[in-house]
Design a binder for this molecule. Sequence first.
Ligand SMILES: Nc1ncnc2c1ncn2[C@@H]1O[C@H](COP(=O)(O)OP(=O)(O)OP(=O)(O)O)[C@@H](O)[C@H]1O
Ligand SMILES: [Mg+2]
Length: 222
Amino acid sequence: MSVRLRDIHKVFLLDKQKVSALKGVNLNFSQGSQVAITGRSGAGKSTLLHILGTLERPSQGSLFVGQQDVSSLSDLELSGFRNKNIGFVFQMNNLLSEFSALENVMIPGLIGKLSTKHCLDRAWVVLKAVGLEFRAKHRPGELSGGEQQRVAIARALFMSPKLLLADEPTGNLDKKTSLVIQDLLLKLCDEYKMTMLLVTHDIDLAKRLPKQILMEDGRIIN
Ligand SMILES: Nc1ncnc2c1ncn2[C@@H]1O[C@H](COP(=O)(O)OP(=O)(O)OP(=O)(O)O)[C@@H](O)[C@H]1O
Ligand SMILES: [Mg+2]
């Protein structure tokens, strides 16, 4: 899916103090592009990703995800749109600790009111895609960090999103496990023909993507 941002600003108000996290971001991502977003801590990378993911609304500017003008959707429409079209992989995987890997993976389908049978079938397919079907009954606490992240990736893939957003997806992992997750993300992106926007501090990872953009103080500088 293509993504287009025009003059995006984001101002947070904290105790009457204004924090300008984004100061006029213009970007075009074509369908299927894979882009690394890098920059110092506080540059605005996560804020940008949250706006791209429609988790937060910009203070100013427009965002098109595919043909959809996101600002024209109500909060309820937006959550449906997001669930159907956008997959997320964060550093903290946010898996639900009381549920098995299989159940965690099914959650987007249950939110989307798909039948339980369909959700179960699909969950097995995506768990296999990340090579974790043999851990389906394990809860997050019974999985390694790398395995947990693979479950999170399977959950992100569940609805076959055309846009995958990743914020430090390997930030909590050792070097070797990080490489496994990187390989998996890049492979799945090609297979599922997803647009992937990935925030990372890991320069080696950033270099593996065809394109890199650098942020500084709320702006794109390269
Ligand atoms: N909810 C919020 N309320 C107030 N200020 C915020 C909020 N979220 C982010 N900020 C501020 O906006 C700026 C950008 O934050 P952001 O999280 O986007 O940075 P980042 O580039 O992702 O940094 P890191 O690499 O450390 O994750 C920072 O100065 C931060 O303090
Ligand atoms: Mg961040």
